[in-house]
Design a protein around this ligand. Structure first.
Ligand code: NAD
Ligand code: DAU
Length: 331
């Protein structure tokens, strides 16, 4: 199989490429990545000799056409991915997430290539803390932020291209990922590296917002299950029953780091901050037989904390600029 992976130098994409090289020796991987502030070739260093890397933009139609034409399957991870950035400057989100997806879909349509679209549970909006419901594939779209609205837009383009043009496409909407190679702007790596630096973790608002955590490797084994066995035109929700509020996550990071569990600060809240996400992944489990490998969030988080302690050379170059941005926002 000739596999084109967009965004393969980012957090989830680089973990996906590493997993693929480790576990799928029959697959030839080409990565297309623009190496934005969020992309890093060092995240692919362990597999650099086993893949082809192309530095380029998913909105570059001639380049995308050439690469898609040489592939059997495309997995589209590339995106602007951080909600806080989208509140400051939405345009790169519209450009990459909407126009980039459109560009890929047109190439996929022309060349008749199988396409898997990586999306987020944030397209469904948020839930109240006491709501017994979880998101399913039939939950209405109701995105809150510029980021999630551009992801929702891209999902709708995929659905339209599948229905109107018959492209062989699947979509997955996953909950919050954690694990190695995640940018220090994101919640867990930001707090873990703050603690390493002797800085108190920072919780938005009261820290009561709930996210449904899944280890990045579990997200990626689910993506492979969908590529292998998913039905064209279908949407699969990916989650591992990992609901936890932000305060509990920070307290666990502090405990795992041998610090008092109240050594954090409450800071200004994110505008429009989604309260709670929760995924019902029963369709993925029953239809495709997928199960997560990581059964304990505590163990997965401990391994992630250890990874950031052991790989300071990977994250240190981005830490100062990231914190300077947050300081401007008072967060
Ligand atoms: P990331 O920000 O870590 O990585 C994004 C990658 O895309 C980077 O390597 C970047 O250089 C590349 N990129 C950005 N714009 C590009 C462009 N115009 N052309 C080519 N490459 C470009 O993001 P992530 O957290 O790894 O997320 C990957 C995908 O998974 C996204 O589509 C995101 O919406 C989705 N997702 C993320 C999570 C999560 O918890 N992080 C959960 C569910 C879904
Ligand atoms: O649900 C999937 C989504 O998860 C993905 O689509 C996004 O790409 C990914 O970034 C993530 O979005 P969130 O906005 O949930 O993730 P973030 O890491 O930015 O924040 C997680 C929670 O932690 C959220 O409630 C905000 C809060 N937070 C975040 C930061 C950076 C804090 O309390 N303090 C912080 O310093």
């Amino acid at each position: 199989m000739r596999l084109l992976v967009t965004g393969g130098a980012g957090f989830i994409g680089s973990n996906f490429v590493q997993l693929t090289v480790r576990e799928r020796p029959d697959v030839q991987v080409t990565v297309l990545d623009a190496l934005t502030y969020a992309g890093d070739r060092a995240s692919l260093a362990p597999v650099a000799d086993a893949i082809t890397f192309v530095e380029g933009d998913v909105t570059d139609a001639p380049l995308v056409d050439r690469l898609v034409g040489a592939a059997d399957v495309v997995v589209h991870f590339a995106a602007e991915s951080h909600n806080d950035n989208s509140l400051h400057d939405p345009w790169p989100f519209v450009r990459t997430n909407v126009i980039g997806t459109y560009t890929l879909l047109e190439a996929v349509r022309k060349h008749g290539v199988r396409y898997h679209h990586i999306s987020t549970d944030e397209v469904y909006g948020d839930l109240e803390l006491d709501d017994p419901e979880r998101f399913t594939a039939s939950t209405p779209y109701n995105p809150s932020s510029p980021y999630s609205s551009t992801k929702a837009s891209s999902d709708l383009l995929v659905r339209a291209w599948a229905r109107s043009f018959g492209i062989q496409a699947t979509i997955s909407n996953c909950s919050n990922n954690y694990g190695p190679y995640q940018h220090v702007e994101k919640f867990i790596p930001r707090q873990v590296t703050n603690v390493i630096d002797g800085v108190r973790p920072k919780l938005y608002g009261q820290g009561l917002n709930v996210r449904d955590w899944i280890h990045v490797e579990d997200h990626n084994t689910a993506v492979w299950a969908i590529i292998d066995r998913g039905r064209a035109g279908e949407t699969y929700l990916i989650g591992a029953d990992g609901e936890m509020n932000n305060r509990d996550v920070v307290e666990l990071i502090l405990e795992l780091s041998g610090l008092p569990t109240d050594a954090y600060d409450l800071v200004a809240d994110r505008p429009g901050h989604d309260m709670r996400y929760a995924i019902d992944s029963s369709m993925l489990r029953t239809e495709l037989g997928w199960e997560p490998r990581y059964r304990s969030f505590r163990d997965g988080l401990a391994a992630t904390v250890a990874w950031y302690r052991d790989n300071e050379a990977w994250w240190r170059p981005r830490k100062e600029a990231t914190e300077a941005k947050y300081a401007q926002l008072g967060r």
